[in-house]
Ligand binder design. Structure first.
Ligand code: TYD
Length: 237
């Protein structure tokens, strides 16, 4: 589906392949990313994994400010626009220092979150609107999009349950929330969930939705099938 909102992908000519994982906190995407990386690595593929925010020296500092629950008190909160800009500052650095060089060297790059997270969390969750996020994506990332996005979208209630359980455990052990976002209420996550669905409906080729709740190994198999099929198509270009 084509629309004015659709970021115009700038297909990279690099020999590598760029895969992002998206979904809510508690969707299981990080577990699945690690499994996929392990499987592909085991098969002898060169795999580079990273997460956003973070993964560069600058990005790790930005991440600390963005996620630390203490930012609420020590910084007097973070304005939604500042949050958006910091996410993109992190992304710009990550593209320049890690993603583009790794793709140029022919690696498979697996990234935990990318611009879809900004569209869902800042665009919808914080209410900035998807248009502003996509404009920023054009300005800062030249519209650079992944070759494939695995969007883990199991029912919202399960995600919230798992994320809250994880956060409570963290709170018991460390005395603070695991991250600023996990302090938000259900309505925030509902908006994010809905925006992820909008992204998937808009970009049917790039985004593959996995919404089953069939257990970690079965979902891992599903993802592996999708990735193999896409890599096969890519190699045959
Ligand atoms: P993280 O601990 O990595 O959570 P998760 O395991 O769920 O990915 O924290 C990343 C948090 O940052 C997560 O709550 C989503 C949020 N985020 C945004 O709000 N916008 C963004 O552009 C990105 C990349 C992340």
């Amino acid at each position: 589906m084509d629309s004015d909102l659709e970021p115009k992908p700038a297909p990279h000519a690099a020999p590598g392949f760029f895969i992002t994982f998206e979904g809510l906190d508690g969707s299981g995407k990080t577990t699945q990313l690690r499994r996929l990386a392990g499987t592909l690595h085991h098969e002898g593929k060169s795999v580079v994994t990273l997460r956003q925010p973070g993964g560069t020296a600058l990005g790790d500092r930005i991440r600390a400010v963005l996620l630390d629950a203490k930012s609420e008190t020590e910084l007097g909160g973070i304005a939604p626009e500042a949050e958006m800009a910091l996410m993109f500052a992190d992304r710009a650095q990550s593209l320049r220092q890690v993603v583009r060089p790794a793709l140029a060297a022919g690696n498979l790059v697996l990234c935990d979150r990318y611009t879809d997270s900004s569209e869902a969390y800042q665009g919808a969750g914080r209410g900035l609107g998807p248009e502003r996020i996509l404009a920023m994506h054009q300005a800062v990332c030249q519209g650079f999009q992944p070759d494939l996005t695995i969007l883990l979208l199991p029912p919202l209630a399960g995600c919230l349950f798992r994320a809250r359980r994880r956060n409570e455990r963290h709170q018991q052990q460390h005395g603070v929330s695991e991250n600023r976002f996990e302090r938000e209420g259900d309505a925030f996550y509902e908006r994010i969930y809905e925006q992820y669905k909008v992204i998937a409906a808009r970009e049917t080729e790039r985004v593959v939705v996995i919404d089953e709740e069939s257990g970690i190994p079965v979902i891992a198999e599903h993802i592996l099938r999708v990735v193999r099929e896409r890599l096969g198509r890519y190699a045959a270009r």
